[in-house]
Design a binder for this molecule. Structure first.
Ligand SMILES: Nc1nc2c(ncn2[C@@H]2O[C@H](COP(=O)(O)OP(=O)(O)O)[C@@H](O)[C@H]2O)c(=O)[nH]1
Ligand SMILES: [Mg+2]
Length: 303
């Protein structure tokens, strides 16, 4: 409990004791009225003062039972960038325990991860951010996952972007790859990719980075990743001759270049906070084998 909390409780109890003492020592006619006033003023006042303290007590109780052995990952990126796909593909290889807890902005999953490197397995929990706007990330983050604001528990942050948008059909279902590729190929591929990239810059930028690190950074944070997703679609467009990479040697290099400013922004925040483990991965979240090196890297100190 904070010093301020103790102070208010102390002040409240002192005042209450003084008033009760006065009531019983001034045996005047006004005693009944004084009791009525006492009940009317002190009971609601007590409730008001103790509210933040009750919250603090709840957090204190959470901290007592929180499992510090779980490796906690926050995954953040624009809707449609592949967060849920990444979790499903990446962590089904690792024998998931079917536990998901949801809040308005997060789906929190828990897994047991064993990459067969040795027999040891790691308990991993991932918060999949499902809010629409970036700033909602700081609205009521569940204490059981993030820890309270004075004791954050996040070990890794994954920022995720892609080069191809999610387009939905008339029923609101995301287009299958074939139809998505047809839509891209129809006209102006470069412009469509450019628009998608700029949407990610609207989402992950100096402002949202500040918000996230200010709210979730602690000495528990070990590493940060930028994941550039949907490389398979870019490769397909290249192979089919719809994209030309005159200035690049590969789809990976193309992807890294498109997000070089974002890489710089994350690097700069990390270096200010002395986080020297920042990596960039280009992946296809739909391919299991693609994700193994990344997961092995994240958990390299745990397994
Ligand atoms: N081809 C391809 N599609 C992907 C990839 N990752 C995600 N998708 C598709 O992109 C859409 C959005 O993915 P989802 O995981 O729901 O994104 P979220 O909103 O960030 O959770 C879905 O239709 C996925 O099937 C990928 O690496 N390659
Ligand atoms: Mg999702």
């Amino acid at each position: 409990m904070s010093k301020k909390g103790f102070f208010f409780i102390f002040l409240y109890l002192s005042l209450a004791i003084i008033v009760i003492w006065l009531m019983f020592h001034l045996h005047g006619k006004s005693t009944e009225a004084a009791i009525a006033i006492f009940l009317a003023v002190f009971v609601p006042l007590g409730g008001f003062i103790s509210k933040p303290i009750t919250t603090q007590l709840e957090i204190f109780a959470y901290n007592l039972f929180v499992n510090n052995l779980i490796y906690r990952i926050l995954i953040f990126g624009r809707p449609g960038s592949g967060k849920t796909t990444f979790i499903r593909t990446g962590f089904t290889i690792c024998n998931p325990e079917k536990s998901i807890r949801s809040t308005e902005n997060f789906n929190c999953h828990e897994f047991k991860v064993n990459l067969n490197l040795n027999k040891k397995s790691v308990d991993v929990a991932i918060a999949d951010y499902k809010g629409q706007d970036p700033y909602e990330i700081v609205m009521n983050p569940p204490v059981y996952f993030f820890g309270d604001e004075n004791n954050r528990l996040i070990n890794s942050i994954f920022f995720i972007v892609d080069l191809v948008p999610r387009i939905c059909d008339d029923n609101g279902e995301p287009l299958k790859d074939k139809f998505l590729l047809d839509w891209l190929k129809k006209d102006n591929i470069n412009e469509k990719i450019k628009v998608r990239i700029s949407e990610h810059y609207d989402y992950i930028n100096e402002f949202s980075l500040q918000l996230i690190f200010k709210n979730f950074y602690s000495s528990n944070l070990k590493n940060v990743f930028l994941i550039i997703n949907k490389l398979d679609l870019v490769e397909k467009l290249l192979n089919d001759g719809y994209l030309t990479l005159s200035d690049f040697r590969s789809a990976e290099e193309f992807a890294m270049c498109k997000f070089s400013r974002m890489i710089g922004q994350i690097e700069s925040v990390c270096s200010k906070l002395n986080i020297d483990d920042f990596s960039v991965y280009t992946i296809s979240a739909t391919k299991k084998d693609n994700l193994r090196p990344l997961i092995a890297k994240v958990l390299s100190n745990e397994l």
